[in-house]
Design a protein around this ligand. Structure first.
Ligand SMILES: Cc1cc2nc3c(=O)[nH]c(=O)nc-3n(C[C@H](O)[C@H](O)[C@H](O)COP(=O)(O)O)c2cc1C
Length: 426
């Protein structure tokens, strides 16, 4: 016979709850050093609250386990916190915890709480156990602790670990529900392949590149490519700009009806999740200002002017003031969902990888027409997003590159950027 009774916890049974609690939490995964009398106080203090609610599981006249918690009122309603679920180790492995939790959740549902919360172990069996009942890690809040004798967490080491994890785990399936499908597989509508223009101020870009003096010595270009941070502050031509945009984001073909753009750079899954914005200082025929490339039609649209262009460039590039002598600064944003639609949680690693293809082409294209530039990861997204009208949530600037006019005689001035190597004997 497998008869059991589940009924509300009673203060009279608190000693037994204390015994169960101490025994249960002395084992895996907690290995807490509870004394039964302290555990009894722990349970008693919860039970004493008028907002507490608990259930005990009785079989053969013995209490085998209990579940207990209490509720609290918040601005958005009353939430219940499950404090304890403990089963006497003698009776563990018989499904008592599951039975108690299921019955408890059904009772709480009837009582109509705005939310049910609990604190549990971060890894292993327990979070998995609760996940079956719809519990998810809440990301909007965190448990902050100030514990005596605890080592201060090493924030730097944690950030380093998070960065390494990002690189190593962007394809990881750990913790992702087995039935997870990305939106493409769920047949959700595909986002646009590129952003539509927002202003009517559109300029067609010349596509006759034969007027340019393009160096076709491919190996020579590869060998000469370097970062330039000293510019002669002159204008480049509109065809130069057109050529640079074509070589970095130009659309050569559409795959399928409108499934993907095939461009002059590769991109994971042909998602091409980038938009290219520009702070144009000196391009012949264009007024100084902020612009956006329209790859589908090979045009640019003027977004507007800016009061202090040099200040904007420096601020948006983490005070790299030298950048404000370039002719154009290219700012690359990511439209996240364009990649996430296909790759979901696995989208973000390839985005960063793809960004490298874009700027490498920009380096090589610039070199081939005698210009020079420098890729820039030290970008401040906030001022860049504000200037280009991006929300910083669905789309954000994350990378940039300058391109400007250069001359051989500035080689020494260039070398000064790395004077510290000489000075520090590196
Ligand atoms: C992803 C990336 C980010 C970079 N960020 C910056 C930057 O913020 N500031 C800067 O002065 N140079 C930056 N650079 C340029 C590198 O410092 C440069 O490529 C490196 O020193 C090697 O020199 P080279 O490009 O002349 O071969 C960046 C380059 C890359 C590829």
């Amino acid at each position: 016979m497998n008869e059991y009774v589940i009924r509300p916890c009673e203060m009279e049974h608190v000693k037994r709850y204390g015994e169960i609690y101490a025994a249960a939490f002395s084992g895996e995964p907690w290995f807490d050093n509870w004394k039964a009398e302290n555990a009894e106080i722990h349970v008693k203090e919860i039970l004493e609250s008028e907002q507490s609610y608990g259930l005990e599981y009785i079989k053969d006249d013995e209490i085998c386990g209990f579940i207990l918690g209490s509720s609290m009122l918040f601005s958005y309603g009353r939430t219940f916190e499950i404090n304890d679920l403990a089963v006497d180790p003698k009776y563990q492995g018989k499904g008592i915890g599951t039975t108690l939790l299921e019955r408890f959740l059904s009772d709480l549902k009837e009582q109509g709480y705005a939310g049910i919360h609990m604190i549990t172990a971060t890894d292993g069996y327990l979070p998995e156990f609760y996940k079956k009942y719809g519990f998810r890690k809440v990301t909007q809040v965190m448990l902050m602790g100030l514990e005596e004798d605890e080592e201060v967490p090493d924030v730097i080491a944690e950030r380093i670990k998070a960065g390494r994890d990002f690189i190593m785990k962007f394809n990881d399936v750990e913790g992702i529900p087995e039935d997870y499908e990305t939106d493409q597989y769920l047949k959700k509508p595909q986002p646009p392949l590129a952003k539509a223009p927002v202003t009517g101020q559109i300029t067609d870009l010349p596509k006759d590149f034969s007027v340019l003096d393009i160096d076709n010595d491919f190996l020579g270009i590869i060998n000469r490519r370097k970062s330039h941070r000293v510019y002669t502050d002159e204008a480049i031509s509109l065809t130069d700009l057109s050529y640079l945009l074509w070589c970095t984001q130009g659309v050569k073909e559409i795959r399928g009806k409108a499934y993907a753009t095939l461009r002059t750079v590769p991109s994971g899954g042909a998602r091409h999740p980038f938009e290219c914005y520009m702070a144009i200082r000196k391009v012949e025929g264009l007024e100084e200002g902020l612009y956006h490339y329209l790859p589908m039609t090979h045009q640019i649209e003027r977004l507007g002017g800016i009061e202090d262009m040099d200040a904007f460039i420096s601020e948006s590039l983490c005070e790299q003031t030298w950048a404000a002598k370039s002719s154009v600064v290219f700012y690359y944003s990511c439209v996240f969902y364009r990649a996430e639609w296909r790759y979901g949680v696995w989208a973000h690693g390839p985005v960063l990888i793809d960004a490298g293809h874009v700027t490498e082409n920009l380096y090589l294209a610039s070199e081939s027409i005698g210009l020079g530039g420098c890729a820039i990861a030290a970008v401040e997204p906030a001022p860049s997003n504000k200037a280009f009208g991006l929300d910083g949530v669905e789309e954000s600037v994350f990378y940039a590159m300058t391109v400007g006019t250069v001359k051989e005689e500035d080689r020494e001035a260039e070398a000064e950027f790395y004077a510290f190597v000489r000075e520090e004997g590196l």
